[in-house]
Design a protein around this ligand. Structure first.
Ligand SMILES: *Cc1c(COP(=O)(O)O)cnc(C)c1O
Length: 376
């Protein structure tokens, strides 16, 4: 079968990216740093209103740097969303800290304020809270920030999936003490690979830039007083990012239209629930997801299999919760209801992400919808 592949979410380039990259070549700014890096940071800061930004090699590196700034050390507890990609919590373990997983809530599929409160009863002094905006839907930030503030815990927003999403008119990633974005290949805009650390504090962005370039003291003779990292974004990569940023609003509009199409098409099938929106925000709709009623006789595997088999279309499961991952089995987790039922396990068991590539054609969208509906 050589039917064209329908992607979940693949890079969409426009041309300006290449122009910025060409400029880097023409001026021989191929090495790390250079004008594209500075300009991309400035343009991201202006777009998001985050204040200050440091361009890095990945979103994971940005989370790692946030935890370094918060001085997470051996044995320190860090609360983190349970329903997420492992990159949200791996950096906690890089620093020998202990992730504690906070369940999702059903309204937005994001960090449950109820589970968060419960976690504080056992661990009153976490070093940080890392809150994810899953698939681009803003979390319940008012409640989460209020809880964090009451305990004096700094909030780190993992906005890797939610660049361009807003909550009460303000960009996700700009609410916490620190925020991070990802430009990995399947995110809403991409640099092939990259990330950004953001903060309202200029000193924080400057410190991250310092740590990410091997922590060289201001001396001629390569002196180091701290452990550094080689985490900086290259000037070539930043050129791709500058070109992509010009099209972020357009990508968002197309992602929103994909989500709207699915909602409309599945409205007459009660067994299908689309991934929820937060009424207090506006999502970038990075991925459209759905959950299937448990008694419908249809499973996520059946949907993924039929899309693959009949349309050569890529879909994928909901992130497998972190507390179910073998590598994190030793760490604690707190559930939304507090009675053993886990919201993220339920979403994982019943959910999947539908093809959400902005290059999918009208015919492909129709075929996907028809094929999914055929199962119900
Ligand atoms: C993609 C992603 C990351 C990591 O970003 P990279 O740039 O791939 O390192 C972190 N958290 C979440 C929720 C992600 O989806």
């Amino acid at each position: 079968m050589d039917k064209k592949r329908i992607y979940l979410s693949s890079p969409t380039m426009h041309g300006e990216e290449q122009a910025f990259v060409q400029e880097a070549f023409d001026t021989n700014w191929v090495a790390p740093l250079g004008p594209n890096v500075n300009a991309f940071e400035k343009e991201m800061a202006e777009y998001t209103g985050c204040g200050h930004a440091a361009a890095l090699s990945s979103g994971t590196a940005a989370i790692h740097m946030a935890l370094r700034l918060l001085d997470v050390k051996r044995g320190d507890v860090v609360f983190v969303s349970d329903l997420t990609f492992s990159a949200s919590c791996n950096p906690i373990v890089y620093e020998n800290g202990a992730p504690v997983f906070i369940d999702a809530e059903p309204d937005t599929w994001n960090m449950s304020p109820e589970a968060l409160k419960r976690a504080y009863e056992k661990y009153p002094n976490p070093k940080a809270v890392i809150c994810v905006h899953l698939y681009g839907t803003p979390a319940k930030l008012d409640e989460i920030m209020e809880i964090c503030a009451a305990h004096g815990t700094p909030l780190v927003e993992d906005a890797a999936e939610s660049l361009g999403s807003t909550y009460r008119g303000k960009h996700t990633g700009t609410f916490g003490k620190y925020g991070i974005y990802s430009f990995n290949g399947n995110k809403i805009i991409t640099t092939s690979g990259g990330g950004m650390f953001v903060s309202a504090e200029e000193a924080a962005a400057r410190k991250v830039t310092f740590l990410a370039t091997q922590a060289r003291d201001p001396a001629r003779h390569y002196q180091h007083s701290e452990i550094g990292y080689n985490y900086r974004m290259s000037n070539v990569t930043a050129g791709i990012g500058r070109g992509q940023l010009l099209h972020l609003e357009e990508h968002k509009a197309k992602k929103r239209e994909i989500y709207r199409r699915y909602c409309e098409a599945f409205a007459d099938i009660p067994a299908i629930q689309m991934n929820p929106m937060n009424p207090d925000g506006e999502a970038n709709n990075w991925l459209s997801g759905m959950a299937i009623a448990a008694d419908s006789g249809v499973t996520p595997d059946m949907v993924m299999d039929v899309l693959e088999r009949e349309l050569n279309a890529e879909s994928r499961p909901i992130w497998k919760p972190m507390h179910l991952q073998p590598v994190f089995a030793e760490y604690d987790a707190f559930s939304h209801y507090g009675d053993g039922r886990s919201v993220c396990e339920d979403i994982f068991a019943r959910g999947l992400c539908l093809p959400s590539d902005i290059k999918n054609t009208e015919e492909e969208m129709e075929a996907i919808i028809r094929t999914v509906k055929g199962l119900f």
